[in-house]
Structures are given as C-alpha cells and as structure tokens.
Design a protein. Structure first.
Length: 155
C-alpha cells in the first residue's frame, strides 16, 4: 500500500488550545483512565457483555501526520484515515473516518477529533486504532493505537 501520508504519533486529552500567533498546540488533561458510574437499569454488565452504552465524556484524540515523501513539498496533500474504537474484547464499537489537509507550505498536519460521549461495553482497556486509507480507498493494517482504561461502577 503506497500512501502519501504517514502517522507520526498521537495523544488522548481532555482539551487543547492552539496559539494563534505561533500555531503551537497545547494539550491539557491527558487521559489514562476514566471512571463512570452507571445505574443498574442501564443495559450493560460490568463483566463481559455484548451490550453497549454511551457514557457522557468529552475528550479529544489528537494525531500528527507527515508527508511520506518530502519531495512532495509544494503540493497540497489530502489525507484520509480511519479511527476505530475498540473495546476490551477486541470488538470494533465504531469507525470514524478522518480527512485532513497538508497545505502546500507544510510538511506535517495535525488532526483534532473532538468526541462528545464514548461507547462502552464493559470495564477494561479501550483503544483508538488508526489505519491509513490510500488513494484507492484501501485500508492499511493498523498502524497505531492510543489506549486508556475505563472503569464502570454499577450502582
């Protein structure tokens, strides 16, 4: 699979800010664990379950992308990727298409996915898995994962 973009890294945080003068990104409240209280009437178990609910939780998935070939500098590149939310059993809960632009004058571009609510199925480690999508629409093998723990307290 030949692609004109390459994933460089990413983080999960509560919020971020971009300085208007320098375009520097500041990230706040890095996330490694989330605890949610759920009612006993919610359709979910704290053990293995095929059910899923959405917990009210706002966060951002920030990713950095780079031109695969620096000789492309001077041309605008449209990038496409897929972010998959994966539960502790390895089930894909949702797939989010991501499109971004690397301007003519830039080598890198960042993408900020703002999420309002997260699907969960059980307590455990949740990951956002990245796949590149080439110009033909073909998806790559997973290229990276950003993970954090979710603890569900049933009341």
């Amino acid at each position: 699979m030949k692609n004109r973009i390459r994933y460089m890294g990413g983080i999960i945080c509560g919020s971020s800010s971009i300085d208007q003068g320098t375009q520097n990104l500041s990230a706040f409240n890095f996330i490694d664990q989330v605890t949610a209280d759920i009612k006993s009437t919610d359709p979910i178990k704290t053990t293995k379950s095929l059910e899923k609910i959405t917990i009210p939780f706002s966060f951002q998935v920030i990713s950095l992308w780079k031109r695969s070939n620096v000789s492309d500098f001077g041309t605008e590149i449209k990038g496409t990727a897929i972010i998959e939310e994966i539960d502790p059993q390895g089930k894909i809960l949702q797939t989010i298409p991501v499109e971004f632009l690397i301007p003519v004058t830039a080598i890198r571009a960042r993408h900020i996915l703002k999420v309002q609510g997260m699907m969960v199925s059980t307590t455990g480690e949740y990951c956002f898995q990245f796949r590149e999508v080439d110009e033909k629409g073909e998806r790559s093998e997973p290229i990276a994962k950003l993970c954090f723990d979710v603890v569900l307290n049933k009341s």
